[in-house]
Ligand binder design. Structure first.
Ligand code: 2M8
Length: 485
């Protein structure tokens, strides 16, 4: 990995508290200037950066919930909420607990945590009326939600909230411990659901029926799967809501992709979101290796919490789930590239595209030789050490891929939240040096104060939404959590 230049955050000479200017404020929709060089990062102290991050979360807080972004994503997204809680835990344990409770209140009777929990008002497509989850037997009565799921990172958030409460002591400790004990069975039901409903044949691989479930919506990981999705109806609305807020359409999925996304929702609705029927009737069915790794590590983390609560039986069950998913992930590793691979369950074909999803074994571990090879790959010239990168951070798709698109969403840009997750996993495996370098580079990138959803890897230009909640949240964790240097 090329050596990180001195951090703009850590090396800032003048501890200037940054103010958010009109120009950057809420302009998720600012017309993009393709190829424009980013402006120089303003000098900002760690305290200033953390204050800005907290300010952004405060701004995105509707009282009901913290929206994933101020305008582009005006609702609660499942895995965003987990990362948001991780950040909130550093500044307010009670607010972090509330966020997780809001998500849990929308849990389906099956145990599934839905990928979106909708607020009462909506300026997002497809909104609750399109999803129409009331047709599903298992949908909750108290909340309007989508009918699919997202990666189960939530146990990490529960762990972080518990640790933060214990560190702070007093009422925070009492609240965090009470919350964890009281909700443990709800989280357990969620991981059980993943194992039962999404890995019915116990391959150790999570099946998904929509790219949205992966959280990496239009990644080249799903191109083969989407090639089989042929909409019989054109469900695209006359105006794409998302393009009102991100006006450079190249940063978002295309209309053709959106038609497929909406067609899959339509197909799911026809079978009333019944999990068995969805498996057979929906045109998209992929084994998602990254989500499987998240399921493995999430189950493991929840098992550790279970141990502390004296829930030995549940902990053993979670550990066996974790080892099933770990084995599944390792079974997909290409001996040629060293990367883990998704699989199209309709055709049996492996997906060979080099994307960040290929680093699934770094998340869940399980084979030291595979992990060592992945550490070298991650630091090497196809990834963080690519000579053209402005910041030494993993792009969502390797720049060496023919499908790499530096401005397009999950097809190339660097995602701060992914950097955080990779960093967290590296620390868990004891790779503190590489984790420290990624943290430092990521904070340098984020000292532009845009808190963008994703970044152009060669220029560092902020892309997509600005003031994205999970971006602000991970900044808080990185700056306020006591990490080894
Ligand atoms: C993006 O996905 C939503 C659909 O779920 C969208 O594009 O409208 C993804 O980046 C996803 O991972 C994320 O959870 C969501 C909200 O940040 O936005």
């Amino acid at each position: 990995m090329h050596v990180a230049s001195p951090s703009g955050v850590a090396a800032a000479a003048a501890p200037v508290t940054p103010s958010v200017s009109e120009e950057t404020s809420a302009e998720e929709g600012s017309p993009a200037k393709p190829g424009a060089a980013p402006t120089a990062a303003p000098p900002v102290s760690p305290a200033g950066l953390a204050a800005c991050a907290a300010y952004i979360l405060r701004g995105n807080d509707t009282g009901e919930l913290i929206t994933a972004a101020p305008r582009l994503y005006p609702h609660l997204w499942s895995w965003d909420a987990a990362f948001v809680a991780i950040g909130l835990a550093t500044v307010s344990v009670p607010r972090a607990v509330t966020e997780l409770r809001t998500l849990l209140a929308a849990q389906w009777r099956t145990g599934m945590l839905p990928h979106i929990v909708f607020r009462s008002t909506s300026d997002y497509y497809p909104g609750p009326d399109v999803w129409d989850c009331a047709v599903a037997e298992a949908a909750p009565a108290v909340a309007r939600t989508s009918g699919i799921c997202q990666p189960p990172v939530h146990a990490i958030a529960v762990r972080k909230v518990l640790d933060a409460g214990r560190r702070r002591g007093g009422a925070d400790r009492a609240l965090a411990e009470q919350f964890t004990a009281e909700t443990f069975d709800r989280w357990l039901a969620w991981y059980r659901w993943i194992g039962r409903a999404r890995d019915p044949q116990q391959r150790g691989l999570v099946e998904i029926y929509h790219g949205w479930e992966s959280g990496m919506d239009n990644s080249p990981r799903w191109d083969a799967g989407y090639a089989n999705v042929v909409p019989a109806l054109d469900l695209l609305p006359p105006e794409r809501c998302d393009l009102r807020f991100v006006r450079d359409a190249t940063q978002r999925p295309s209309d053709a992709e959106y038609r497929k996304y909406l067609w899959l929702v339509h197909q799911m609705k026809l079978v009333r979101f019944d999990e068995k029927a969805m498996r057979d009737r929906v045109d998209f069915r992929m084994a998602d290796v990254f989500m499987s790794a998240v399921a493995a590590v999430g189950s493991e983390v929840l098992a550790e919490v279970g141990d502390e609560l004296g829930r030995a039986e549940a902990a053993a069950e979670l550990r066996s789930l974790a080892s099933r998913f770990r084995r599944g992930v390792l079974s997909t590793v290409s001996p040629v590239t060293g990367l883990a691979r998704d699989r199209d369950l309709r055709t049996g074909a492996w997906v060979e595209e080099p994307t960040i999803g290929g680093f699934a074994p770094l998340l869940c571990g399980g084979d030291d030789a595979v992990v060592r090879r992945q550490l070298r790959l991650l630091a090497g010239p196809q990834w963080c050490g690519h000579p053209r990168l402005r910041y030494a951070l993993p792009p969502s798709t390797s720049p060496d891929s023919t499908r790499f698109a530096p401005r397009t969403y999950w097809r190339g840009p660097q995602w701060p939240v992914m950097n955080w997750l990779v960093c967290w996993a590296l620390r868990r495996h004891g790779a503190h040096e590489l984790a420290g370098q990624i943290r430092e580079e990521a904070l340098r990138q984020l000292s532009d104060l845009e808190f963008a959803e994703y970044y152009e890897p060669f220029t560092g230009e902020p892309l997509g939404s600005r003031y994205q909640s999970w971006t602000a949240a991970i900044v808080l964790d990185w700056l306020l959590e006591p990490y080894p240097s």
